[in-house]
Design a binder for this molecule. Structure first.
Ligand SMILES: Cc1ncc(COP(=O)(O)O)c(C=O)c1O
Length: 439
């Protein structure tokens, strides 16, 4: 990082510290009982994150009483916004009748039917408490059904806290499955890896748009190659649609026409409450039918928790209708084009990637097809992202510091204009610093 960029960031951080004394105090209080004051790595930012006191619609209010337009959308789980009356009404109604039964309840059949109807690959579904757990179970099912142990994933892939492949080495706390890591959007390379490792591979696990890696969409030819190669070698194809299921009424599997054997889901499908799910081909999922003599066990105290089932059912059937999905994703495409145009018009290394309502901001020129195309010096890129984030917060817009945005239903055209104006001003004011991304 250069002196200029370092000084600009230090001064922006100083202003942030001065402007957010209560958030700072809360952070210090948390540090006494949680490592680094944090219980979810991604929501930590330096020097400390804002503590949110309340939220309504698309507005977050922090403990220092600042309002922000929420462009993070809880990393896609907050699709409904913060006070959707239909979702909140369903939760209140369910709450009135009790929440912990240790038995099937009145809501889960409806949510399961809605999921099966929406997602082409899902004949049968099982609920979990998180997307991580959904992937753990889908992969474990694939291992049982194929009698093989390994998985193929892609660099930059994120499938949960124990399935994180940001680098070729993967995270040190990843689940200990034998893992091969391929390059995203390299159709020929992936087909080769599948053929080479076929006798050891239970499944290929792929996000049809890499979210955590920076909103990098899969090319149709890549997904088609995965489908063909896995089918040819008896390997199961798992689409991790934990984030991407929002990108069309039936997720990216519907939008791309590529149908996996198993799909994992999560985030907004629980209405904003704790949620995960995995589902797929009836012959595979039927292994969990408890009436079978060879049934696989699938435990989970809160798998069918009443509030999630009620909120998810109301949200998916009454709020995020196919028409609402089309409208939200169309508005996301328009916003992304406006953001990318800001960089292009100024001939700066800045662009927005993604698809529909998922947007990634990058200080990077050229087409981004995989994490290998993210060539900006890591320290410079991180400093520019931090500086832009702090600037946008000052302008009343909040999103994920790594440049992650997920649009929610209550965002308005005026909200989009506000973000575009904030980033436009940043690119003008910080032009020389942004050019450092060119190296
Ligand atoms: C693609 C993908 N898969 C799985 C997960 C894990 O979901 P959860 O955080 O609910 O465990 C995430 C979370 O961000 C995700 O983005």
């Amino acid at each position: 990082m250069t002196d200029d960029l370092g000084a600009a960031l230090a001064s922006a951080e100083e202003r942030y510290v001065r402007g957010n004394p209560r958030s700072r105090q809360r952070h210090e209080e948390r540090r006494a009982s949680m490592p680094g004051g944090n219980t979810r790595t991604v929501i930590h930012v330096d020097p400390f994150p804002l503590t949110i006191a309340r939220a309504a619609g698309a507005t977050l209010t922090d403990v220092d009483d600042h309002d922000y337009v929420d462009f993070l959308g809880e990393y896609t789980a907050g699709l409904y916004g913060h006070s959707n009356p239909i979702v909140l009404g369903a939760v209140r109604e369910a709450l009135a009748d009790g929440i912990c039964f240790g038995a099937p309840n009145e809501y889960e059949a409806g949510l399961a039917a809605a999921v099966v109807e929406r997602f082409p690959s899902v004949d049968l579904v099982r609920f979990t408490n998180s997307g991580t757990e959904a992937n753990l179970l889908a992969i474990s099912l694939a291992r049982v059904c194929t009698g093989r142990e390994g998985i193929l994933v892609f660099e930059g892939g994120y499938h949960g806290g124990v399935f994180f492949y940001a680098t070729a080495a993967g995270s040190p706390i990843n689940a200990p499955f034998p893992t091969t890591i391929g390059r995203y959007n390299d159709a020929d390379g992936a087909a080769r890896l599948i053929a080479e490792h076929a006798d050891r591979l239970a499944a290929v696990v792929v996000e049809p748009l890499q979210g955590s890696a920076g909103c990098i969409p899969a090319e149709p030819a890549f997904l088609e190659a995965l489908r063909a190669a896995t089918a040819a070698h008896g390997v199961l194809l798992i689409f991790d649609e934990v984030m991407t299921s929002r990108l069309s009424p039936g997720g990216l599997q519907q939008a791309t026409g590529v149908t996996p054997d198993l799909t994992t889901l999560g985030k907004y499908i629980g209405g904003g409450l704790t949620f995960g799910a995995f589902g797929g081909r009836a012959d595979l999922m039927a292994r969990f039918d408890p009436s079978r003599s060879d049934a696989l066990p699938h435990a989970g105290t809160f798998n069918n928790n009443v509030l999630t089932m009620a909120a998810g059912l109301a949200g998916l059937t009454q709020v995020y209708t196919p028409a609402a999905a089309h409208a939200l994703n169309t508005s996301g495409d328009a916003l992304r084009e406006r953001l990318t145009a800001l960089g292009t018009a100024r001939d700066l290394p800045f662009q927005a990637t993604g698809r529909g309502s998922m947007i990634g901001l990058h200080f990077q020129r050229g087409r981004i097809r995989s994490t290998a195309d993210l060539t900006t010096d890591a320290a410079i890129g991180a400093a520019l992202k931090a500086l832009l984030h702090l600037h946008c917060l000052e302008q009343g817009c909040s999103y994920g510091r790594r440049g992650f945005l997920a649009l929610s239903l209550p965002l308005t055209a005026a909200d989009h204009d506000r973000l575009v104006a904030a980033i436009s001003a940043f690119l003008d004011q910080r032009r020389q610093l942004v050019l450092l991304a060119d190296g």
